[in-house]
Write a protein that binds this ligand. Structure first.
Ligand code: FE2
Ligand code: FE2
Length: 217
C-alpha cells in the first residue's frame, strides 16, 4: 500500500479516487434507470420485484456516494458523457431478458464490483465507509442475476443453452471494449489510487472465470 506522505502522490490519489467515485456513482445511477425501464417487460412478478428492489438500492447508493463526494471534495464533473450514457442505455434496451441477465449481472454487477472491491483496501477510511452499504447490496443483485440466469438456462434445450453459455465471454469482451473505448484512462486512475492495474485485471479475469463456471454448473 502507498503512503500519502508525498504531496504529489497525495494529489494524484485525491484526483484519481475523486474520478473513480464519480464514475461509480454515474454507473449506479445508470443501472437504476436501466433496471427501472426493465420492470415493465420482466417475465414474471419475482423478476419485477427484484428489479424494483435494485432500483431502490441503486438510488440509495447514488445518495450515499453524492454525500460522500461532497465531503471528499471531488468535482461532480461527469466521467462518462451524455452520449456515452445514451449508448449504454440503448444497448441494454435492445437485449432479450437472458442477454440482459448476462450483461447486467455477470458483467456490470459481478465484474464491476470485483474491480471496486479490489480498490477498497487501498482507499481512505471515508471512501471505504461510503462503499460498505453499496458493495453489500451489489452482492444481492449478483445473487439474483446469477440464480435467475442459471435457472432460465436450465429450461432451454441443451443446444440452445450451450450456445448461449459459449457466447457469454464474447458478450463480456464487447462490453469491456465499449467501456475502454470511452477514452477513460482506467489504468491511470487505478494506479493513481495505488492499485496495480495488472493485478486488478487478473482479479477481474479470475472472477469472470468463476462466475462463468457457476452459471454453467
Ligand atoms: Fe450500486
Ligand atoms: Fe447493483
Amino acid at each position: 500500500m502507498k503512503t500519502h506522505a508525498h504531496t504529489r502522490s497525495a494529489d494524484s490519489y485525491r484526483d484519481s479516487m475523486g474520478q473513480l467515485l464519480v464514475l461509480y456513482t454515474q454507473v449506479d445511477r445508470l443501472i437504476m434507470e436501466i433496471c427501472a425501464e426493465r420492470i415493465a417487460t420482466a417475465p414474471d412478478l419475482d423478476a419485477k420485484l427484484a428489479l424494483a428492489k435494485q432500483v431502490g438500492d441503486e438510488g440509495r447508493h447514488v445518495l450515499i456516494q453524492h454525500d460522500w463526494m461532497e465531503q471528499f471534495g471531488t468535482t461532480a464533473t461527469p466521467v462518462i458523457s451524455d452520449r456515452q450514457e445514451a449508448l449504454i442505455r440503448s444497448h441494454f434496451r435492445e437485449l432479450s431478458w437472458l442477454e440482459f441477465l448476462a450483461d447486467m449481472y455477470l458483467c456490470v454487477e459481478a465484474l464491476g464490483s470485483e474491480a471496486v472491491e479490489n480498490i477498497v483496501p487501498l482507499a481512505d477510511p471515508g471512501t471505504r465507509e461510503s462503499l460498505h452499504v453499496p458493495l453489500s447490496d451489489e452482492q444481492d443483485h449478483i445473487a439474483f442475476g446469477m440464480t435467475r440466469l442459471r435457472s432460465e438456462l436450465a429450461q432451454l434445450p441443451v443446444a440452445e443453452r450451450e450456445a448461449f453459455l459459449a457466447g457469454i465471454p464474447q458478450r463480456i469482451e464487447t462490453l469491456t471494449n465499449t467501456f475502454h473505448g470511452f477514452g477513460l484512462d482506467v489504468a491511470d486512475l487505478f494506479e493513481g489510487v495505488g492499485a496495480s492495474y495488472a493485478a486488478l485485471c487478473e482479479a477481474v479475469i479470475r472472477r469472470r472465470d468463476e462466475v462463468l463456471e457457476q452459471v454453467a454448473a
